[in-house]
Design a protein around this ligand. Sequence first.
Ligand SMILES: CC(C)(COP(=O)(O)OP(=O)(O)OC[C@H]1O[C@@H](n2cnc3c(N)ncnc32)[C@H](O)[C@@H]1OP(=O)(O)O)[C@@H](O)C(=O)NCCC(=O)NCCS
Length: 174
Amino acid sequence: MALALRRATVEDAARVADLAARTFTETFGHLYPREDLDAFLAQAYAVERQRTILAHPDYAVWLLDADGEAVGHVAAGPCGLPHADVGGDDGEIKRLYLLRGWQGAGHGARMMATAMDWLLRGGPRTLWVGVWSENLGAQRFYARHGFGKVGEYLFPVGETRDLEFILRRPAVQA
Ligand SMILES: CC(C)(COP(=O)(O)OP(=O)(O)OC[C@H]1O[C@@H](n2cnc3c(N)ncnc32)[C@H](O)[C@@H]1OP(=O)(O)O)[C@@H](O)C(=O)NCCC(=O)NCCS
């Protein structure tokens, strides 16, 4: 199976929106009432919003294609997490998702390396990521990439509020 990781373009907006909604629903959909989930998906993964992100030079999205079908995506950009220490130049891994059948085979590590290389292309930079407090697998994954917990916040999904951990990777590793 030929797996290609490629930078998404504005023409991929609908593909990114569809995959983002599918992977979020597959991973977290059971946690929310249907109306909260639908409200979140409609707002966060609207095609027009993906188009704006894909056209913006400070953001980048990659799609993992398996024989032409998108099975994973990772998004990076300026840090928007609510933490007092976030600096204006800091970067963030905004989304990192694989469809279930594609997890646990190293594709996430490849996607993470690509996004981090892009975020760090101009030199050392503090990186951040937000992760659900109970997503222990992803927390282990991020810890292996140098991220440690420095805060928490409540992430709105419709009317539901999820406890999210804020993880940071210092610009210069100890
Ligand atoms: C998190 C994720 C991108 C990692 O990619 P991956 O290709 O599965 O991971 P790799 O094979 O490169 O590395 C394996 C590690 O990933 C993590 N992992 C594996 N399966 C996972 C899963 N279903 N959910 C969360 N993390 C997982 C674990 O830390 C695992 O290491 P372990 O053997 O110590 O448990 C991927 O598992 C995924 O899409 N999970 C569901 C969505 C998600 O939780 N995204 C993160 C939101 S913040």
